[in-house]
Design a protein around this ligand. Sequence first.
Ligand SMILES: [Zn+2]
Length: 226
Amino acid sequence: MDTPSATVPMWKAHLISGYQAFRAGEYRERKDLYERLGQEGQTPKVMLIACCDSRCEPSDIFNAHPGEMFVARNVANIVPPQNMATDFDGLSAALEYAVLELKVEAIVVMGHESCGGVNASLEGVGENPDSYIGRWISILNSARDRVVARTAKEDQSRELEYEGVRESLGNLLSYPYVRERVKDGDIALVGAYFSIIRGVLMFADDKGQFHEIAPVAPTAPIAPTE
Ligand SMILES: [Zn+2]
């Protein structure tokens, strides 16, 4: 068994101590849940598509317990339209599994503030077909062009972070099995956005406009006493 020592690099010692803290805390509290999920399988109701960015951790933001969300992460939380998905596309495989096997009830695409992938798109990285990142980011090219045409320079990052989510929600409908379930009311498609600096979550309405979610539940009215 590996134990931290002077020869263990800092990053590994940190991973190990993090794991040990998890075992002593979260895992102890949820041991039964882990055992049950491991034996009975997962039945998450929500698929969450988020960015790889280390600053927007879905299970932290939604305080989600194990088994609650089926999460797929990629650079800039992009869903490629079906005709741009390659034969070996990880996101499309996760999507297919979530919809056809897990039968999730909602697919949430969550963008975030200060997204490096979105900024790369604005810098023209999506015009470079010679790199994986260039080809991947090129999926945002049309959204980028729309945003640049209508938005002042200083607001383009934020606006493309929003528009990228809208684009991905639209692209989800290019998958027939998603389109069919949305039409039948079996799956909801939802846009979300996380402000890292303010720690604020937003959901998009039906028109694609993002609105902040109150961080604290409203106080329940006190029932009148007799
Ligand atoms: Zn990002």
